[in-house]
Ligand binder design. Structure first.
Ligand code: ISJ
Length: 307
């Protein structure tokens, strides 16, 4: 029997279902898997630095009239196809490509529940810069293997996963605001970003995430054939039961990615960027309340949705 889908379906779930912190955190956990696997996929190729800088491919200028980098061109081409499928209408999807370079959707619009206020937030330029300058050099060999197509395919998928994960911070903020709106009123009015960041920060959640992530990177990044093979050569017939019952021997197992690198990517970038987005979203939240909503919050009656 197919496992029940716990896909986060913005089109069919209610606002209260979508904005439950438990449901949001389950999506963030699933995105850990996606991001670890995408990093592993990208790490199989060399850095291929020319792909990320303008002018490295004259053909791109001659044949496409494109003066930015190969990867940004590949992003535009890919995101353009997705625009025709109305991907960027979804409140959890943000393109790297400038909107005026994206075609109109072919399909009619989906009616999403009102979740986030019309915020205009998109931090993909910062995500791209950090990915180019820090993440790719960290997980790949500083070399050029000429695999500009395969590498760019993985880049686009990894960037999309990082972008969705980081922009999901806005759902976290909306959820936390609705749960205790009064706590946010004063720091928002004072534009106190430090206080807002302290309010949304949950150290125990972050620590548990990093422990879980390290284990995921270690397990997903293992070369199980070698691990299982080593069991077989140790005279223990390798069977499904054996492999399942006994985790791969830890000494000398080969990894497709360094678990420490994955943890640092989250600790030094993904989590801080998510919290920046959370604060960017909260700082303007009061501008999008009706006078009666604000009055109720100030009277201690909490947040009330209005049509
Ligand atoms: C995403 C949340 O907000 C903050 C950011 C976190 C993250 O980026 O992983 C984790 C906990 C909080 O510090 C949350 O509370 O779940």
């Amino acid at each position: 029997m197919a496992p029940s889908s716990n896909v986060f379906n913005l089109a069919t779930s209610s606002a209260s279902q979508i904005l439950s912190l438990e449901s949001i955190r389950s999506v963030l956990q699933r995105l850990e898997d996606t991001i670890v696997f995408q990093l592993i996929e990208r790490a199989q190729f060399a850095r291929n630095a020319p792909m990320y800088y303008p002018g490295a491919f004259p053909e791109l200028i001659e044949k496409e009239g494109w003066h930015a980098s190969w990867v940004e061109w590949f992003l535009k081409e890919t995101e353009g196809a997705h625009a025709k499928c109305r991907r960027w209408d979804a409140p959890d999807e943000y393109p790297f490509t400038k909107p005026d370079l994206l075609p109109k959707a072919i399909l009619p619009p989906i009616k999403y529940p009102k979740l986030l206020y019309d915020h205009g937030i998109n931090v993909n330029t910062d995500i791209y810069t950090h990915y180019r300058d820090v993440i790719v050099p960290t997980i790949t060999s500083d070399d050029d293997d000429g695999q500009y197509g395969s590498s760019a395919v993985r880049d686009v998928e990894t960037l999309a996963a990082l972008s969705r994960r980081i922009h999901f911070g806005m759902f976290v903020s909306e959820s936390k605001f609705r749960s205790d709106p009064q706590a946010f009123i004063e720091p928002i009015r004072k534009e106190d970003r430090e206080k807002l960041e302290a309010l949304i920060t949950k150290p125990a959640v972050e620590q548990a995430l990093l422990v879980r992530l390290r284990e995921k990177a270690r397990v997903y990044g293992q070369d199980l054939d070698k691990a299982v093979g080593s069991l077989a050569t140790q005279g223990q017939g390798a069977t499904a039961g054996t492999a399942a019952a006994r985790p791969a021997s830890s000494s000398g197992e080969k990894h497709k990615i360094d678990a420490d690198d994955v943890v640092h990517i989250y600790q030094d970038f993904v989590i801080p960027m998510t919290k920046r987005v959370e604060v960017d979203y909260l700082i303007k939240r009061l501008d999008h309340l009706s006078p009666s909503q604000l009055a109720k919050i100030e009277a201690g009656e909490g947040y009330a949705e209005e049509a």
